[in-house]
Design a protein around this ligand. Sequence first.
Ligand code: GUN
Ligand code: ZN
Length: 426
Amino acid sequence: MLLLGQTLRFRAKPIHVGPQDAVLHDSHGAVLVRDGRIAAVGPAATLRAAHPGEPVHDLGRALLMAGFVDAHAHYPQTGIIASWGKRLIDWLETYTFPEEMRFADPAHAARIAALYLDLNLSHGITTSCAYCTIHPGSVDALMGAAQARGLRLAAGKVMMDRNAPEGLRDTAQSGHDDSAALIARWHGVDRLTYAVTPRFAPTSSPAQLEAAGALWAANPTCLMQTHLGEQVEEIAWVGRLFPDAPDYLGVYERFGLTGPGAVMGHAIHLSAREIAALRDSGTAIAHCPTSNAFIGSGLFDAGLAETIPVGLATDVGGGSSFSMLRTMAAAYEIGQLRGRALHPAQLLWLATQGAADALRMGDAVGNLAPGREADLIALDLASTPAIAERAARADTLWEAVFPTIMMGDDRAIAGVWIAGRPSGSG
Ligand code: GUN
Ligand code: ZN
């Protein structure tokens, strides 16, 4: 199959080089898809001439690019997104934990897993890295639903053995054993990756963090995901719970929970030591800008992406949107509040290749490049009257794209392909 449209791909990281050198744009481009992978990207005329018999799907002026990758989300929070008036700890206790309790019921888990993935697809998110709940069945529900849709996905059972309500706690031993059984069942099956998932330091005993570290060491191709330095009250709490640790990240370091494949959600309030340790260990950060504004957590420093792998993330449902466009807009706004105007190329990179790199999937997805899995989206750059009016005045690609980043939503997703197959949504 030959997809025609404008094409956008990266040949370098737009954090380190300017957008003109980092991005290749073809206003009459084409993507050749074969056996679920990208076989070639180039000018439409060239690829059409080279593949005369190939079925053609013409997307017109739409922008063909890699599907969005969401580096951090909580699928069980789909139904409590946009819950009013709380900060992190109260928000967890008031809204999140009661909802997560419902995932003891496999029918509820199956319904929300399907809804979550279909919402992702309609927003052009083709891969996400998701927290489930403490219930192993919540992982089976999401992995099974992803498998049925042919999706690349990472997910894991939340490990939480203290400071959580009755009914939402495992133990160091059961959390380890249940996670190990899930790894055996799902990790590496089709396009699925398991993520060892201690929720965050306050809800795991030292024994559980140690068990999580041992499990990850025994299964090093799994990811490891947790939260770090999100709110000041949380950080003070970690200091009281782990008085011997040098800082929040030091807790995770002690238990072998840092390094490539470790993904820290938020990472807003960091000491100089923590920043250096993240950088030196190759630990990744998931930047969750709508959440950081919505729960009142703080302003992430996107400059960290110069030395630390950073991917963009919705953090559904502490985050307030399923849209990676809206999430890029929030990242832009937070950058502005910190005196750094992120370029549209940087925003798109954080939402695709940057997030894929953070999840150690950067060779498989995240860019339009031969050999990559053909998870693609087509962006309509004139999806509403307001966006169309602004885009009509654009003199450059970036002026044409930026109104969609700032004002776009699922209406801008004109097409989604999973491993080369058109998805029903979008
Ligand atoms: N820290 C621990 N759990 C959570 C969660 O579910 N959402 C967010 N935003 N932060 C957390
Ligand atoms: Zn989170």
